[in-house]
Design a protein around this ligand. Structure first.
Ligand SMILES: [Mg+2]
Length: 163
């Protein structure tokens, strides 16, 4: 991966050099990462993302969204697995619901520091924060959640830089 720490969150998932991720268990967040929150289809440039990742990695799609059927369907449509867990990120016990893999290194790709980022930290994975996928139809409540999450990410990163 060529993106430096300083560029975390700058690029959409489809703008990343995903071919550089090899021999990993890759856990990809769905909502806000591959699609705008709640969206039922993976569209545009995001379509090729899972195909690229799955050639050299074990890829698992996951979301905290309540609609587990959509998660399973999208994973199947794009030739990857999904994590069927009733737990929500950042609960590290989600790891027990991931089938064993020949790969030992893990990467979590997601748009939110407080769920995806913390989850990655707790399971010993590398976290790649992406620029959020949005469609302008996000509720006020979701916008607030996003704003708080981005603020936390900004401050945590700033603190890390100055200490
Ligand atoms: Mg998300």
């Amino acid at each position: 991966m060529t993106q430096s720490q300083a560029q975390q969150g700058v690029f959409h998932i489809w703008e990343l050099d995903l071919g550089a991720i090899e021999n990993n268990v890759v856990i990809v967040d769905l909502d806000g990462t591959l699609v705008a929150s709640g969206q039922g289809t993976i569209v545009g440039e995001a379509k090729g993302v899972l195909e690229t990742l799955r050639t050299r990695n074990d890829v698992f799609l996951f979301s905290n969204h309540v609609d587990r059927e959509r998660l399973a369907r999208l994973a199947e449509e794009h030739g990857v697995s999904h994590i069927s867990s009733l737990r929500r990120k950042p609960d590290p016990r989600i790891l027990h619901d991931i089938p064993s893999s020949r790969h030992t290194q893990r990467v979590v790709i997601g748009d939110r520091a407080m769920t995806d980022g913390l989850f990655a930290h707790l399971i010993g994975a590398r976290f790649i924060k992406v620029r959020r996928a949005k469609n302008g139809e996000e509720s006020i409540a979701l916008r607030v959640v996003y704003w708080v999450d981005d603020a936390v990410f900004f401050f945590v990163r700033a603190i890390k830089r100055f200490t």
